[in-house]
Design a protein around this ligand. Structure first.
Ligand SMILES: [Zn+2]
Length: 175
């Protein structure tokens, strides 16, 4: 009867495990800087896949959403570590489809080389620590445009960070 122990669901969700529980059971969690490998189904291109409301989704994208929140359709979830199976949120970053295409070309995704890491491509956008700094600077009165220039990201991205739409660090959602 404790209301805190109850939740609303449809008839169909009643006996189903939550997405978080299903997700959690298919990954091997390591240290924060290690790759967390997806142990479930893989796409033909080597990315983890999980069924969400009947649709197949990329596991790393779901990982990001579980930890940092919703990703709008115009953004791609990319790997900093160049390991398609990895779902460690700290190894993921958001980019546009344009970034994604150029990232794949830059990384020679066609042959799946594992040698080049994100930072070396100039593709690495920001880290969780950067996001914290960005919010601090904004609170201190910096303009979003100035912050964008400093971090090499768009003003829109700065705005999304400041509004806590992306890079809200909630790694515990997967633990
Ligand atoms: Zn990784």
């Amino acid at each position: 009867m404790n209301p805190r122990h109850l939740f609303l669901g449809t008839r169909h969700t009643k006996n189903k495990k939550s997405l978080r529980e299903r997700f959690r059971s298919k990954i091997r969690i390591g240290d924060e800087d290690e790759c967390w490998l997806w142990m479930g189904a893989l796409s033909t291109t080597g990315y983890g896949q999980i069924r969400v409301n009947g649709c197949l989704q990329f596991a790393h994208r779901v990982a990001w959403e579980l930890v940092y929140g919703f990703i709008s359709d115009d953004l791609c979830c990319l790997h900093r570590c160049d390991t398609p199976r990895c779902v460690n949120p700290r190894h993921l970053f958001l980019g546009t489809h344009y970034d994604n295409t150029h990232d794949m070309i830059a990384k020679g995704r066609a042959n799946y080389t594992n040698s080049a890491k994100g930072e070396k491509h100039g593709m690495a956008k920001i880290t969780a620590a950067d996001a914290k700094m960005i919010r601090t600077l904004r609170a201190a009165g910096w303009l979003q445009r100035e912050i964008g220039v400093k971090f090499g990201i768009s003003q829109v991205t700065v705005s999304m960070i400041c509004l806590n739409k992306i890079w809200v660090d909630n790694l515990s959602a997967l633990r």
